[in-house]
Ligand binder design. Sequence first.
Ligand SMILES: [Zn+2]
Length: 236
Amino acid sequence: MSRYKLLKLLSLAMLVSISMGCTGFGIVTTPINNYDFSYNQEIVFCTYKTKEVSKERVDSLMAEIADEYSEYNIVVRHEWNKTIERTGSNSELFRYVTAKKLTAPCDRRLVFLNYTLYDNLLALLGIDVLGAVETETMTNGYIFANYGLSINQLLLPPQHVVRHESLHLLGCEHDIDKSNCYEQIAGLRNQNSEDFFPGYSAATREYLLTRENVNNQLRKYRRTSPISLEVSSKKY
Ligand SMILES: [Zn+2]
């Protein structure tokens, strides 16, 4: 791996939330009943997978998300899954997805990845990101859906990681008090947005009420970022 590639990988890792070493969302100080999750709301997921990840695997991990969200009366609709073949690193694949516009009916995008030889080597070197959600809009994420040469996966299997990242996709950040996550989810649910389940930017501390807001935020980020999110489509 070239030094440039390693630097690019590390740059991205700093901009996302990393499951490895995550402190989690904390302990509950205010019971969930104190928040209003009484009516159903729908959230639409659009997903990508690399070809090594089976459809059954995607379905079972999506079921984990549906179960996690049922606590908040949020119903998951899995709109589509596209298989993408990659030639670059997983970070590049993620950048490829976030460089695309978020379009209706998708509210969130999640990429299911497999470990390649390259990722296994990185994991053995201790660079082992099990999943991530970008902090600019918290609407895009990826997780490793299959197992690799990862010590961290013994403690944090994909079923755990997908639930963890799914809470980031609802605007929750690492905290010592889980009640802040409840508050964040209740806040998102209460936003007035017509055909979009709102997002939250951890970078600007603002709600994103339309897909256009999300796309603008991602575009701004690409302009100011020292790394480019654009990846040549020829690769895919
Ligand atoms: Zn996290």
